[in-house]
Design a protein around this ligand. Sequence first.
Ligand code: ATP
Ligand code: MG
Length: 232
Amino acid sequence: MYPTSPIISAKALTRTYSPGTSTIIGINEINLEVFPGQIVVLKGNSGSGKSTLLSLIAGLDHPTRGELTVANHDLKTATPTALTRYRRDVVGMVFQSFNLLPTLNVLENVCLPGLLAGHPDSRVRAKANELLEWLELKSRLHHRPSELSGGEMQRTAIARALINDPTLILADEPTGNLDSCNGKIVIDLLVDLNRHQGRTVIIATHSKLADPYATLQIYLRDGTITKKTCQR
Ligand SMILES: Nc1ncnc2c1ncn2[C@@H]1O[C@H](COP(=O)(O)OP(=O)(O)OP(=O)(O)O)[C@@H](O)[C@H]1O
Ligand SMILES: [Mg+2]
């Protein structure tokens, strides 16, 4: 049912941290294939390696060992310039703490990655307006993040993640700072982006909200995959 080549391929992917003389395992020897159009839920206790794995896939961090290819980009050997382009063009990232810039309003926060990518101002603004309308934030365009509810902040962050039309959306605990109603709205939006727009979505979460929609559930413990459940 999915295309035969994976969008994400990890082989013996390992990230360790070496503060001082100790070695801490982030993830260890992960083998993984994710196919275009899948919706993946990453599960595991605190410290099991979910954020480490997402950061590597996002190109925000660099593997210690192993191989990682995403959308034909070899992230192990990519130059800093290639990684910047990859993060900008391929990935949309949503975080638990929203990570909006406090001095910019909603519209400016959403437009920023599009403008940094060098797209024409008018096109970026039109796309941002369209996304913010879809996310029911049209009445909040000129509000700063501090003037928004948690749900509104996360919807703004989703719009920002979509401004450059990424094929891959990575969400690290996106409902962690939201009540259950807003958490459900955010998961429904991520599911919609997967089902109706064909984007590949990976959600790291302690919540069960996304479970019914997952095509692949990955369980991590101490940096290794203990179980994978493919649901269709
Ligand atoms: N920068 C770092 N320096 C040292 N150790 C780190 C660093 N980042 C993560 N770790 C360690 O790597 C392991 C995996 O952490 P990670 O943040 O990936 O877990 P997680 O599954 O996302 O946890 P949570 O559910 O609490 O978000 C943990 O033991 C953590 O302490
Ligand atoms: Mg985490």
